[in-house]
Design a binder for this molecule. Structure first.
Ligand SMILES: *[C@@H]1O[C@H](CO)[C@@H](O)[C@H](O)[C@H]1NC(C)=O
Ligand SMILES: *[C@@H]1O[C@H](CO)[C@@H](O)[C@H](O)[C@H]1NC(C)=O
Ligand SMILES: *[C@@H]1O[C@H](CO)[C@@H](O)[C@H](O)[C@H]1NC(C)=O
Length: 294
């Protein structure tokens, strides 16, 4: 009996406690809820940098770089961007303080982010940038900017010798490119090569790795007039070039191997070579026989 009474009391106590809890919660939601939120946010008494924003930015030469500075509770404090290399103040809020129009800062209110935009990034722009908030004392956040310079080259020698009639394949390889070129144009002595100029030209482009693109110019049955300077010119990079020499039938005999013009002579040459070899073999065999008895 005694144990039962104790249980009943405990149950009542739990009910009362639960009722109080519900009261407190509903009270928090309606009446003093705003105060609760305010006190929580008040853990930070002023602006603070949100660590979720990246602080190591990589941009490709010639593109635009965006350096973020995410600041919570900024209120009306000013934000400056400073270049670490020379301590040059680049921007203060929306104003640019450097005689270089490539630098510009803007605020994206939805994400509390003051972004420094660096247009047409150059190799010398690489380095550390400081985002400074005008509190007392000042608060700083650092962002590293890396600039990658894509490499471009046409595979093989700078001078390429081919026989007329053979197939030529020029491969232009672009590496360390964050952005794939929109297109690659090929030029032959400064005139653009179009694959409908001659049905014997083929132009291809393929991205073979996240940072590598290969452009290919194939010339089937090249003629002497196809000789000259070929350059590969991607939409977003410098060009690379190669000089093609197409050797025609008028070249010295030594360069005529496989040339169509040389073909009528070929059977006769082959016959002479075979005859010569046969005679040499006969001579060796005869001499050998003579030597044996000794
Ligand atoms: C920043 O990024 C670059 C390129 O992704 C990387 O090479 C470098 O090690 C990174 N630096 C730091 C400090 O994380
Ligand atoms: C910033 O706002 C505070 C009040 O919120 C005001 O007292 C102060 O003068 C303002 N500072 C500037 C630079 O506008
Ligand atoms: C080939 O043409 C390109 C583009 O016009 C030029 O930059 C390069 O110097 C030329 N190469 C030669 C060997 O003439």
């Amino acid at each position: 009996m005694c144990a039962c009474a104790w249980r009943r009391h405990a149950f009542t106590a739990a009910l009362v406690l639960a009722a109080h809890l519900i009261k407190v919660l509903s009270c928090g939601e309606t009446g003093s809820g705003g105060r609760l939120v305010k006190r929580y946010v008040g853990l930070y008494t002023g602006p603070y940098f949100d660590p979720s924003a990246p602080n190591n930015i990589t941009a490709q030469l010639g593109t635009h770089a965006y350096l973020p500075c995410k600041i919570r509770q900024l209120s009306n404090k000013s934000v400056s961007w400073i270049r670490r290399r020379d301590a040059h103040i680049l921007t203060v809020d929306r104003f640019t303080f450097i005689a270089d129009e490539r630098f510009q800062a803007f605020l994206v209110e939805a994400t509390d982010t003051w972004t420094l935009q660096v247009k047409y990034v150059q190799a010398r722009d690489a380095g550390v940038y400081e985002c400074q908030v005008g509190t007392e004392p000042k608060m700083s956040h650092f962002v590293q900017l890396n600039v990658v310079v894509p490499k471009i080259e046409i595979m093989g020698e700078a001078d390429l010798y081919v026989k007329a009639g053979s197939t030529v394949s020029l491969k232009c390889v672009i590496t360390q490119a964050l952005e794939e070129p929109a297109y690659i144009f090929w030029y032959h002595n400064d005139a653009r090569v179009l694959n409908y100029d001659r049905s014997l030209v083929e132009i291809r482009m393929e991205r073979i790795a996240p940072d590598t693109t290969v452009g290919n110019l194939i010339i089937y049955n090249p003629r002497r007039e196809d000789s000259g300077n070929y350059s590969c010119s991607p939409s977003n990079l410098d060009s690379a070039s190669v000089v093609l020499h197409v050797l025609s039938g008028e070249q010295p005999a030594a360069m005529q191997h496989g040339n169509a013009a040389a073909r009528p002579v070929a059977p006769l040459v082959a016959l002479l070579v075979a005859l010569h070899a046969a005679l040499a073999l006969l001579q060796v065999l005869l001499c050998h026989d003579e030597d044996e008895p000794k």
